[in-house]
Design a protein around this ligand. Structure first.
Ligand code: ATP
Ligand code: MN
Length: 469
């Protein structure tokens, strides 16, 4: 069969093309229906949520070939793009030649209509990207990644790659995964009974990174504004719909930004991404809206036209305590000094203000050592951006720029500064006010796609007791 000559077109482009020309399409069969004279094949190649209809006149094709065209089979179709007579599509392909690349046994095919629950799909790695749902999510995920790079590139930020393997005792953002080549059956011990990591690959204890921030600050205090966008690992045993053991994080870090500049950037950033999704992913968003979350598109619009509510942690606590006094019940206790739980965050966002909230000035005890200390001696200049349905989507702060105060905090917390000197040096040699934040990529995607479980917005989720594929 000779199919050269014509260039292959993506289904997305064919659906927008004018009828009349010869075309070549490749993809997987979604459905086949029809009668003895004519077959209608819905073909999808992943370029769009929509299928192109292939019309096969049985007079032109061999029975055996048509029998092989089952749901899931892969095809190459040559034909003419014609105006569609049926409703539902403007154009269709009137097939002249069809080649089956790969058959798909209709009996053993794992994507039967009756079982396409999201939980089930997580167990069939090869089928997941073929579904409408995951196709939409993967395309949106890609568009958001692209928009993130575009946003920062347009602002002159430098994309900085921070290490994935790091020294273990750097931050304390979460429990870390150990990286070692030591033989677990013959672990070398020191005299004090501790593992002798000097015999390990790197000659010291190393882990997978929980954040690129500290290295990011080194970049920012040289080239001004940087962002990282890479995988992040946390061995926290939290089996929630908002936590992964491996997730992606975007961490901008900016010299000469104070906390207000930081909040302005964070707000502009997420609004830009939501706008980008609305401008470029509407077909996929509509599909997800109609299938899973009727409020999705409205919710995306709702964060755009307004200013996020900015308030201090202390003010937030007052609102929550008042809610409790008025009879509202929370599962977890809340008073000044506690870390807010997702239910508290969502109360502020969804019930009290009805819009995204940026909380600032947290008790220093619940935040990391590097946050800028306020005059009151009790709070630090952190900021959390809280979103409807999700809670915390961004965590950030103005960083402590004073060498003295930073050292004093490290001491207070009894941190081992041996492996931190490289970081402390930024405050020794030309320190500057600076700020930054971390946006969890999958948390953003939860918001943008309306999915309820973070496992469904990443291609291969890693969670406690699960590292399949
Ligand atoms: P949370 O309280 O929700 O666990 P956190 O305070 O540990 O978040 P940070 O250390 O500030 O979060 O990390 C920055 C951002 O990274 C968070 O705002 C969130 O968007 C994302 N994030 C943190 N932990 C996870 C996780 N386990 N899985 C997915 N995203 C995460
Ligand atoms: Mn956490």
């Amino acid at each position: 069969m000779k199919m050269e000559k014509i260039m292959r077109s993506k289904v997305k482009d064919l659906l927008n093309a004018a009828p009349g020309r010869d075309v070549l399409a490749k993809g997987w069969v979604r459905t086949k229906r029809g009668n003895k004279q004519i077959k209608f094949i819905a073909l999808n190649d992943g370029s769009t949520i929509h299928n192109i209809q292939v019309v096969a006149d049985m007079e032109k094709f061999d029975e055996d070939l048509i029998r092989r065209i089952t749901t899931g089979a892969s095809l190459c179709v040559k034909g003419k793009l014609v105006e569609s007579v049926g409703s539902g599509q403007a154009v269709e392909i009137s097939a002249e030649e069809i080649e089956v690349y790969g058959d798909c046994d209709p009996v053993r095919f794992p994507l039967q209509k009756k079982d396409t629950s999201l939980e089930y799909l997580r167990t069939v790695a090869h089928m997941r990207p073929r579904t409408n749902t995951f196709g939409a999510i993967l395309r949106i995920r890609h568009a958001m990644a692209f928009a993130i790079h575009k946003f920062f590139n347009d602002k002159g930020f430098v994309y900085l790659n921070t290490p994935i393997i790091t020294q273990s005792d750097a931050e304390g953002a979460g429990d870390m995964f150990l990286v070692t080549t030591l033989d677990l059956a013959e672990v070398p011990f020191k005299e004090n009974g501790k593992v002798d990591f000097s015999r390990d690959f790197f000659g010291k204890k190393t882990c997978l990174t929980v954040s690129g921030q500290l290295e990011g600050e080194l970049g920012a205090t040289g080239v001004g504004e940087i962002y990282t966008f890479g995988p992040t690992f946390r061995a926290e045993n939290s089996n929630t719909p908002r936590h992964l053991a491996e997730f992606w994080m975007i961490e901008p870090e900016m010299a000469f930004y104070d906390i207000d500049d930081n909040m302005d950037l964070a707000e502009e950033f997420v609004k830009y991404l939501v706008q980008y999704a609305l401008d470029h992913c509407m077909d996929d968003l509509r599909f997800l809206n109609d299938k899973y979350d009727e409020g999705l598109v409205d919710r995306l619009h709702s964060v755009l036209g307004i200013s996020f509510q900015r308030l201090t942690y202390t003010e937030g606590i007052e609102i929550l305590e008042k809610a409790i006094a008025e009879g509202h019940q929370f599962e977890f206790p809340v008073h000044w000094g506690t870390d807010l739980q997702s239910e508290h965050e969502r109360y502020l966002v969804e019930r009290h203000f009805g819009k995204p909230v940026i909380l600032t000035d947290f008790p220093k005890e619940i935040k990391a050592f590097y946050m800028k200390q306020n005059e009151d001696g009790k709070t630090v200049r952190g900021m959390d951006v809280l979103f409807p349905k999700i809670g915390e989507i961004i965590g950030g702060s103005e960083r402590e720029a004073s060498l003295e105060k930073l050292e004093q905090r490290i001491e207070e917390l009894k941190m081992d500064r041996k492996n931190l000197e490289w970081y402390i040096d930024t405050r020794r040699y030309g320190t500057v006010p600076h700020s930054g934040f971390g946006l969890g990529f999958e948390r953003l995607l939860l918001f943008v796609t309306g999915m309820a479980n973070i496992r469904d917005v990443i291609p291969f989720p890693r969670t406690p007791k699960n590292a399949e594929f």
